[in-house]
Write a protein that binds this ligand. Structure first.
Ligand code: G4P
Length: 524
């Protein structure tokens, strides 16, 4: 039986409308009844269990990391799992890993801005894994750029085929509605706020004379001329090309005014892939496999220093999970019983009894589970594709109180386990070096050191700009070590890392040492 799960994320540049769209998607899916209720319900719900209380103190919401809603299609209920990607300017490893746990993505663009830097970065991560993408060009109720120009920009900057699925009848002050190419339907605004409230008109095509009953002369011309040009000038929607990540269907809409929201959900339900097989070493694990398997893509700790419990987020890959089931984490070698899994169904059952491939399970633990771990019944598979990235910022941590060395070490260990930072221990000298991909991770580090570990610290420049994991024969590595000790460190797993002063430095050493590989990513 084909799976009814759709596990996806929204990628966008800050301010494009991700939060607004999320809220409207949940509304449409019946997961919440009124915009704004997300929070009220969340707070009421959080009071129910201990870890949720802790989460409340911390002021962050674990539950909002995964949002689930259901909708019926042709007699079948589709379950949507929407994973939240942190919405910061900074690219963080956390975001990357969240994208490894989804099967497809919605890309939200601001119609006035087009492709922005963060959109591009997140898109590239999706492309690495051929994650299929549905595009929403948002905020057409405001002045925006020419729709043709926007389509061309997506095609050029992302090297993707674009297939317009709908067309804006004007934007901003001239906005009169949206024409749906697939259904040949006109979606019309109503009321003073010009929002979509379900008013649609079925038409014979973009040249239908009935358009004049609902649009101004300009609007009619827009649909007839631009609409026709758009429909004929771009690739028609091609399911295979979309699934392969080569084509993106593009919807025009306004999350705020609810134009295009339903079309996006429908597209996810009808076109987006159900749970995909996941890479594991040389092969992959199919969702059809009987055995329960999954991988941890995120770990979130709480702020209560007395209770070091954490929630590990597992993306289920195969099997039917049942509460109380024993799973073996790859890092541990012995099974753990998962008694109180957190399943993120929108209905009132956050502690559910079963889960399917594509679902996310929150597993409370005390530090046994690490990002990148595989969990499985038989301990036979290892999922791959959750790399660490070569840091782009390297810093030394300076303690304000030198008697806190032990606490600092513990904190750095914990936080690197969680994937907040990476720690490198230089071969010469005692001061460890912190590596991150984005500045945000450093801010999180400092605030958590002080809040959770009572360690007051500041960051100092380090002489290094980036790092590369080294691989080669024992002999070649030793030889390299002999001359470069001052630039070598070990990571937490004891693997050898070349600390480079610049990108040029990396290139130079690569050239000089052709037998060694200098790797910018590492998979455990
Ligand atoms: P983000 O999560 O991607 O950062 O964006 P968010 O949804 O928070 O939206 C950013 C701003 O853009 C918000 O306005 C939001 O109301 C507005 N917005 C989102 N979608 C649309 C749309 O389709 N049309 C229009 N006109 N505006 C849209 P804000 O003023 O920053 O916040 P608020 O005070 O309105 O909540």
């Amino acid at each position: 039986m084909p799976s009814n799960r759709r596990t996806f994320a929204i990628i966008s540049h800050p301010d494009a409308g991700k939060t607004t769209l999320t809220e409207k998607l949940l509304l449409q899916g019946g997961a919440i009844h009124m915009a704004g209720e997300v929070k009220a319900r969340g707070a009421a719900r959080r009071a129910r269990s201990d870890w949720m209380k802790i989460e409340q103190q911390r002021g962050i919401s674990v539950t909002s990391s995964v949002m689930t809603f259901e909708k019926a299609y042709d007699g079948e209920t589709i379950t949507f799992n929407l994973l939240d990607t942190p919405g910061h300017e900074d690219f963080s490893e956390d975001t990357y890993r969240t994208l490894t746990a989804v099967d497809s993505a919605i890309m939200v663009l601001d119609a006035a801005a087009g492709i922005e830097p963060q959109t591009l970065k997140l898109f590239e991560v999706c492309r690495l894994r051929s994650v299929p993408i549905i595009t929403l060009i948002n905020k057409i109720d405001r002045e925006g750029r020419d729709p043709f120009e926007l389509l061309d920009e997506i095609a050029d900057k992302l090297a993707l085929d674009v297939s317009p699925m709908s067309w804006p009848v004007g934007m901003g002050g001239l906005f009169e509605g949206v024409y749906d190419f697939e259904q040949d339907e006109l979606y019309l605004p109503e009321g003073d706020d010009k929002a979509f409230r379900g008013k649609t008109v079925k038409l014979a095509g973009p040249g239908d004379p009935k358009l004049a009953d609902h649009l101004s002369a300009d609007g009619v011309a827009r649909v007839a001329e631009e609409g026709l040009l758009a429909r004929e000038g771009y690739a028609p929607f091609d399911f295979e090309a979309y699934r392969n990540g080569d084509l993106t269907p593009v919807f025009f809409g306004s999350a705020l005014k609810e134009f295009g929201v339903e079309a996006i959900i429908d597209a996810i339900a009808r076109h987006a892939p159900p749970p995909r097989p996941q890479p594991a070493g040389d092969g992959e694990v199919s969702p059809e496999r009987d055995e329960v398997t999954g991988f941890i893509f995120k770990v979130q700790a709480n702020m209560d220093p007395n209770h070091r419990d954490r929630i590990a987020f597992m993306r289920q890959v195969s099997g039917t999970f049942r509460r109380g089931m024993k799973l073996t984490p790859s890092g541990l070698g012995k099974p753990i019983a998962v008694h109180s899994p957190i399943l993120f169904f929108a209905q009132d059952r956050e502690i559910a009894d079963t889960a399917q491939p594509g679902d996310i399970i929150g597993i409370p633990n005390h530090g046994t589970l690490r990002v990148g771990d595989t969990l499985s019944e038989k301990d036979e598979v290892r999922f791959t594709g959750l790399p660490n990235f070569a840091p782009e910022i390297l810093r030394r941590v300076r303690l304000k109180d030198p008697t806190k060395t032990k606490q600092l070490r513990k904190a750095l260990d914990d936080l690197s386990e969680e994937g907040v930072i990476q720690v490198f221990y230089p071969e010469l000298g005692a001061q460890s070096i912190i590596g991150v991909v984005g500045q945000l991770q450093l801010d999180v580090l400092i605030s958590r050191l002080s809040a959770e570990y009572k360690v007051d610290a500041s960051l100092e420049d380090s002489p290094f700009a980036t790092a590369r994991w080294l691989a080669g024969s024992e002999e070649d590595l030793r030889e390299f070590e002999r001359f470069n000790q001052a630039n070598l460190a070990r990571d937490r797993d004891g693997d050898l890392v070349f600390m480079a002063k610049s990108g040029w430095d990396v290139g130079y050493q690569e050239e000089k040492n052709p037998k060694l590989t200098f790797s910018a990513t590492k998979e455990r």
